[in-house]
Design a protein around this ligand. Sequence first.
Ligand SMILES: [Zn+2]
Length: 165
Amino acid sequence: MAKATIRCKCEQCGRDFDKVKYFRSGKDADHWAEWAKSVEPYTLCIDCYRADQEAQEAAKAAEYELPVISGKSDKQIDYASKLRARYVSRHDSEIKQIQEITAKYKTMEEAEKKALAKSSGLTYDEDDNIVLAEGFKRTRRLADAYLCLTESDAGTIIETLRYHY
Ligand SMILES: [Zn+2]
């Protein structure tokens, strides 16, 4: 193992930081270090990178109408909203799927809804939201995305999403 370290400067906060990589041979390490020094591919320190990432996720999450989160403390609410923003920003297709299914279900005739509920093993209810909620909660791939769209309790959001990453 050969270690290569290059010194980088964060373009956001101006701090110097080290980028370390390991290689099989010293030759590879030198090669990489030379390349990295000329190209300067690392422009953000880890703190700024994370902050940047969080800001992007928050912006993406803001595109959706998500419930206002309530919790025991601002810290808990903040953590829950970061987890939710990260999840939502990475699961665009699940969110869209939920929105599509919801829209489609709401245009169905009552008989169709009854048949669909029955074939899905759900109890038909005149309140569309109840059937949809039950359906999404049982669909493993969509359950967490559905939670993001509907849950307002910080504790529940943290409990569900914290082990995703
Ligand atoms: Zn920085």
